[in-house]
Design a protein around this ligand. Structure first.
Ligand SMILES: NC(=O)C1=CN([C@@H]2O[C@H](COP(=O)(O)OP(=O)(O)OC[C@H]3O[C@@H](n4cnc5c(N)ncnc54)[C@H](OP(=O)(O)O)[C@@H]3O)[C@@H](O)[C@H]2O)[C@@H](O)CC1
Ligand SMILES: [K+]
Length: 539
């Protein structure tokens, strides 16, 4: 269930299913029913429903939902953007089965309709949004958004690009988005995610075998991607069998970032963690650390000597390391060794003038290298792939291109962190709360990744697991968190994961929206119906 389908891939899934014998109108019927169910689930009988239909199949789903809601006793008003005679295919069939009035839709006329509506079903544009919204379409979308009415969006909030998550001129904000078969990248990538509200993925009868034909590259980041690589500690393990991570400390007055990383690496399960510090910093760090060991070095040669022991199998470099030749030399020394590496913060910025000198050393290296840039650091290493340079290219594509170029696993951080591998795999993360945007949070992430590399996870899995664990720790720590709080949250988060891994394989998840059976909304939602004369919704 964690595959993400671009609109083009989704259209292929539709086509494969139709070619295998399921008529398109049946898929549309199930899609519309799922939308009706989601609407009825949140809005009691008596709520006035306004269905806004567009000129394509997204509008067709709207006609089906309108018909089913009306059959269930809802007062439904339907308005269509464009000429009804121009509807074609399945959308025309769905429109023909709608017995109510079809009103014209424009930016002025929609305002009084909205004033009377308790809930809006947005069936204007979905996967087929092809260009920037302009004219009446845009005015309608803006009016819906201004109205503040709760919106159930069909497939995507109209105006959101399903491939990139971008706003195409204007986009409305939904309370609930009902999509079909699998989520689309635009549901997870910003700003799309912020427009979707709760996303429900409904089964409309597209079989899973279509995924084998399509081979989607994108995933939602979740434990299914890497949990089998993250076994619970076993009887007979000893600290050396769990790996030894080194974390490079900054100078005397800047040891905190690396200490955050080191403690996170230890909590993530590395058997041993050593903070390697310039001589003047070692004594200061020593006053703060207990389980994390400390070793001092004088220069790059001394640092390289500390890496010579093959049991030291992971290194984290960058947090508060300083930008310049000194850090470049330490990174070069680490790259010459055999340990897995996490390069963060200053270790990235130090190569801003000549990123190829970094990539040349990374490519072909047998042990993994994980780069963890935020957008600013990313722009320094990959200026032609930066958001501001190619704003229309989705974050996923930019991250994969960067991974291919550098030979590293790239963790492009943000609200919608993307983890990408040189072989084209990519996962979008969506469990990180905004509270994680705080000083030192990235240092903890780098440390978790280093700890997981030490435990022997491959680079992509270590990076994806680290990002997800970091998000979960943030969720558990909650509002008011500071970076110091995060590593301790790894204890309950890992305990949950190990429990989950020990359970027998889960039953397939229940279908989010029931497709068959009684068409009445759930019983408890029938009580307390609204005054018919009272416009406005219930929620
Ligand atoms: N059988 C199936 O395939 C199933 C599909 N399903 C549903 O179909 C949806 C995809 O349907 P779709 O491909 O028809 O695209 P849709 O989102 O309705 O938009 C296309 C229309 O919008 C127009 N248009 C585009 N951009 C515009 C703009 N900026 N401003 C103005 N107009 C614009 C475009 O016009 P054109 O570009 O052709 O001029 C065209 O008329 C999908 O999201 C799901 O809900 C489900 O029922 C399951 C079965
Ligand atoms: K829509």
């Amino acid at each position: 269930m964690n595959e993400l389908l671009t609109p083009a891939e989704m259209s292929r899934a539709d086509r494969l299913t139709i070619d295998a014998g399921t008529p398109g109108i049946r898929l549309m019927e199930r899609a519309g029913r799922a939308v009706a169910d989601a609407t009825a689930f949140r809005h009691v009988l008596g709520t006035r429903v306004l269905v806004l239909c567009g000129p394509g199949n997204n509008g067709g789903d709207g006609f089906v939902a309108a018909r089913i809601l009306a059959e269930r006793g809802y007062a439904v008003r339907l308005a269509l953007l464009g000429d009804r005679s121009r509807l074609s295919g399945d959308a025309a069939l769905a429109a023909a089965a709608w017995r109510g009035a079809t009103e014209p839709l424009d930016g002025d006329g929609v305002v009084p309709m909205l004033a009377q509506a308790g809930v809006v079903v947005d069936a204007l544009f979905g996967a087929g949004l092809a260009r920037t919204l302009e004219g009446e379409a845009r005015r309608v979308v803006e009016a819906v958004d201004r109205s503040g009415r709760p919106v159930v969006a069909v497939d995507l909030p109209s105006g959101i690009d399903g491939r990139t998550g971008a706003v195409c001129g204007a986009a409305l904000h939904a309370q609930t988005t009902v999509t079909f078969f699998r989520r689309k990248p635009g549901h997870l990538l910003m700003p799309g995610r912020a427009h979707c509200g709760t996303v429900i993925t409904a089964d409309i009868g597209i079989p899973d075998w279509t995924l084998r034909e399509i081979g989607p590259a994108l995933r939602q980041n979740c434990p299914a991607l890497w949990l089998d690589r993250l076994p619970a500690p076993r009887l007979g393990d000893h600290k050396y069998s769990r790996g030894h991570a080194l974390v490079l400390s900054g100078p005397a007055l800047r040891t905190g970032a690396a200490r955050l990383s080191a403690e996170a690496a230890l909590r993530a399960g590395a058997g041993l963690v050593t903070l390697v510090a310039p001589e003047a910093a070692a004594a200061i760090a020593a006053t703060h650390l207990t389980a994390v060991m400390i070793e001092a070095f004088a220069d790059a040669a001394g640092f390289a000597a500390l890496l010579a022991d093959p049991r030291r199998n992971a290194v984290v470099l960058g947090p508060a390391a300083g930008v310049g030749e000194g850090t470049r030399a330490l990174v070069a020394a680490a790259l010459a060794g055999r340990a897995g590496l996490v390069l963060d913060a200053d270790a990235l910025t130090s190569f801003a003038d000549a990123p190829e000198t970094l990539f040349d050393r990374v490519r072909g290296r047998p042990a993994p290298v994980i780069l963890t840039p935020h957008e600013g650091e990313f722009a320094r290493l990959f200026p032609d792939l930066a958001e501001r340079a190619v704003g229309d290219r989705p974050k996923t594509e930019r991250a994969v291109a960067a991974a291919r170029r550098s030979g590293a696993i790239v963790v492009l951080k943000g609200t919608d962190t993307v983890v990408a591998a040189p072989d084209g795999r990519a996962a979008i993360n969506d469990n990180a709360p905004p509270d994680l945007a705080t000083a030192g949070s990235g240092d903890v992430l780098a440390g978790i990744a280093g700890g997981l590399l030490a435990r022997g996870l491959p680079g992509y899995e270590a990076a994806a697991a680290a990002v997800w664990l970091h998000g979960e720790c943030g969720r558990r720590a909650g509002p008011g968190l500071i970076a110091e709080d995060l590593a301790a949250e790894l204890k309950p988060v890992l305990a949950d994961l190990y429990r989950r891994a020990a359970l027998p394989p889960a039953e397939p998840p229940p279908v989010a929206i029931r497709q068959e059976g009684p068409t009445l909304p759930p019983r408890r939602l029938l009580v307390g119906s609204q005054d018919e004369d009272e416009p406005g919704g219930t929620d």
